[in-house]
Design a protein around this ligand. Structure first.
Ligand SMILES: [Zn+2]
Length: 389
């Protein structure tokens, strides 16, 4: 009760201002009397604990004028912060109905009302409100972002893509990245049905809006592989390396199979050596070792990994070294000991998460394109450090 009185303070202030101002300007005493009656009726409801009736009466009593509009917004904000969404909604709806307000206040009212609907999970109504603001200088970008969030949660990828012109105009990298992922979502579905042309078209669109979408190249590589176009697939994997070196370790094996199909393993290992030199990635190191072992023998490979692990120790690298030792050793006892070490390290790695979200730190052993925690796109990447890449 006391809390609500506090809430209505801005209203009372606005009311006081309004009455003071109008008593000078206005001669229409009967209208003022009517307002006063409504105001005291509202307060009576408030004191008799009928808060919703009180709000109705007070909103009606307090005509929204330029001077009191801020007080109205403040009141609605207080309601919202207290979690009383229905009351915030009521005030904002009242503000939206005021036709005489200046444009900036009108837009603010529509935006706040849209946010109320969004918080209440009334997506349809929030959506139509945000759409009204797309051309607004102040609320255009915020409304676009909110709309894309709505379409992401309703998986309405086509609706999001329909906003592509407005998004392109903003040149907002985050929104363009989101838009590219909407195309990727459609491309994934088309990929499942093996619709080659659709997949390529959708992914071209994704890349034209966000040239850094490694997901688009990843999907494109899949469709090319499905159609035995290994050269094209290899180009996509190379592009991923340029776009996102952190994600790249996850495509090394697939990339290798493509080069193998092209009978171009030598070229692949040249590339993977460059990757290892530039990033120090353990997956690249392990892959490159198979090449050294094949060309120069197991001892050279062991020397290589030993010096690599000294420079940059990782548990996965260590595990691989132990495996090489075991394969090479003929003494059964030593082999058993090493097996124990290997199991230990494997067990350690199994409890570790392979992926972490670069935005919010969410950990996972499965890969997601959209983070289950913060919903950011393409931020789940292999963990780096001692037990990662
Ligand atoms: Zn996240």
């Amino acid at each position: 009760m006391l809390g609500l009185l506090f809430l209505l303070l801005p209203v009372a202030m606005g009311y006081g201002w309004f009455m003071g101002r109008n008593s000078v300007k206005q001669n229409d005493h009967s209208a003022q009397q009517e307002l006063s009656i409504k105001y005291s009726t509202g307060l009576n409801y408030l004191f008799s604990n009928q808060q919703d009736k009180a709000i109705d009466y007070l909103l009606e009593a307090l005509k929204v004028e330029d001077d009191t509009v801020e007080a109205h917004f403040a009141m609605a904000n207080l309601f919202r912060r207290r979690g009383e969404l229905d009351r915030a909604l009521k005030v904002h709806e009242h503000l939206v109905r005021q036709k005489h307000l200046p444009n900036s206040a009108k837009q603010q009212a529509v935006f706040e009302l849209a946010k109320d609907f969004l918080s209440a999970g009334l997506y349809d109504r929030a959506e139509s409100m945000f759409h009204k603001l797309l051309k607004s200088k102040t609320y255009g970008l915020k409304s676009l972002t909110a709309l894309m969030q709505i379409y992401q949660s309703t998986k309405d990828w086509h609706q999001g893509i329909a906003l592509k012109k407005a998004i392109a105009k903003t040149r907002d990298t985050k929104l363009l990245h989101t838009l590219a992922n909407f195309y990727c979502e459609l491309a994934s579905t088309a990929l499942e049905k093996d619709e080659f042309i659709d997949v390529i078209e959708l992914l071209d669109n994704a890349l034209s809006h966000d040239p850094n979408s490694s997901r688009a190249n990843w999907l494109m590589a899949q469709i090319y592989e499905n159609h035995q176009q290994y050269n094209e697939a290899c180009q996509c994997y190379k592009a991923i390396y340029e776009q996102d070196k952190e994600f790249f370790p996850d495509v090394i094996e697939k990339m290798f199979l493509c080069y193998q199909a092209l009978d171009a393993e030598k070229e692949f290992f040249q590339f993977i050596r460059k990757v290892y030199e530039e990033t120090g990635s353990t997956s690249a190191l392990i892959k490159y070792l198979t090449h050294i072992e094949h060309v120069k023998g197991v001892n050279s490979a062991k020397k290589f990994i030993l010096s690599a692990l000294k420079r940059r120790p990782t548990i996965r690298g260590f595990k691989h070294f132990v495996k090489m030792q075991m394969n090479d050793n003929e003494s059964e006892n030593t082999s058993e000991n090493l097996e124990a070490i290997r199991e230990l390290v494997t067990a350690y790695l199994n409890v570790k998460h392979r992926y972490s979200c670069r935005t919010c730190g969410f950990n996972s052993s499965t890969h997601y394109w959209s983070c289950p925690s913060c919903h950011d796109w393409e931020q789940l990447k292999p963990v780096r450090g001692l037990d990662g890449e």
